[in-house]
Ligand binder design. Structure first.
Ligand SMILES: [Fe+2]
Length: 304
């Protein structure tokens, strides 16, 4: 029997739907309201500061992330790039803090314009729908072609005009848990060969690959398993001939389409989505020209 008595939360639970009750009183002013979706929770009450967040905030948000996979921060002030980095740096190494300092984003963060990305005045990056609209982005985990996993991704909405396309998410943990036993056995220990889609292929730029990851991969902190591989980065499965590899990757893509819990997020201006980039994949439809859709990118977190 537990020995600790249940204590009433010291703060209002308006909007708190019991998504993370514990036996101890909640220590923060955060509120949580699950989305009407298979995953995801709206979080209110985030405040930025000049230092790192309190340990209780980190604990509550980590617990919410493990359980809900997608946090929609709503109603907070838009953070500066530095405030965001200080806050999210408490959840693991920022992507620019990897040992070589360049692991993921040197090019991404320094070029003026790549794929509709431009620098904003606060030192971040804005993704702006231009005169040609925006290309479709297939299902992916950000930076899946890099050797390290990016575990947390962040995106803030600045402008979401009428007709703007949503960001869709799907849960690859569940896909892994639904795999038939025979397919699990077939994939056990198999490595995927990943290529950076922005670089020429191996025929033009000879190399084995840009990264290798297990097809059934474990989250570097929680150990929870996913089927890992973005639509445009997985090239081959090592240990299979080309035909078997192609068939298996196509089968996995179809299986994920059929079985993944799925949610489309129509942004409210000012929303900041923070998600488990290891277990949730995301995508975006083609954006028609003439529609305002501006997103702000933050660095995010890599493995702990
Ligand atoms: Fe992305």
């Amino acid at each position: 029997m537990p020995t600790t008595a249940t204590v009433q939360s010291p703060v209002s639970d308006a909007g708190f739907s019991g998504c993370n009750p514990t036996q101890r009183a909640r220590q923060t002013r955060l509120t949580f309201e699950p989305l009407d979706a298979p995953f995801g929770v709206v979080v209110r009450g985030i405040e930025w500061s000049d230092g790192p967040p309190d340990a209780e905030i980190v604990t509550e948000l980590t617990r919410a992330m493990r359980r809900h996979l997608l946090l929609v921060l709503r109603g907070q002030i838009s953070p500066s790039h530095e405030q965001s980095n200080r806050f999210w740096g408490a959840f693991g190494p920022l992507v620019m803090d990897t040992l070589d300092g360049q692991f993921h984003y040197s090019r991404f963060s320094t070029e003026k314009a790549v794929n509709n990305v431009m620098r904003d005045k606060q030192g971040g990056n804005l993704v702006v729908a231009g005169d040609d609209g925006m290309i479709e982005l297939g299902w992916h985990s950000d930076q899946s072609h890099k050797p390290q996993f990016k575990t947390i991704s962040l995106l803030e909405n600045v402008r979401f005009g009428p007709g703007a396309v949503p960001t869709a998410f799907r849960d690859m943990y569940t896909v892994c848990e639904l795999l038939p036993r025979e397919m699990k056995a077939r994939l056990d220990g198999k490595q995927g060969i990943f290529l950076d889609p922005r670089l020429p292929g191996p025929d033009k730029l000879p190399r084995l690959c840009d990264a290798m990851h297990p097809i059934i991969a474990a989250h570097p902190v929680s150990g929870r398993k996913v089927v890992f591989g973005s639509d445009w980065t997985i090239h081959r499965i090592a240990g299979m001939n080309a035909e078997d590899s192609e068939e298996t990757v196509a089968w996995l893509r179809d299986f994920a389409l059929d079985s993944a819990p799925y949610y489309e997020h129509f942004w409210q201006e000012g929303d900041i989505c923070v998600w488990d980039n290891f277990g949730l994949q995301h995508r975006r439809e083609f954006q028609e020209p003439g529609v305002e859709r501006t997103m702000r990118l933050f660095e995010g977190v890599t493995e702990g």
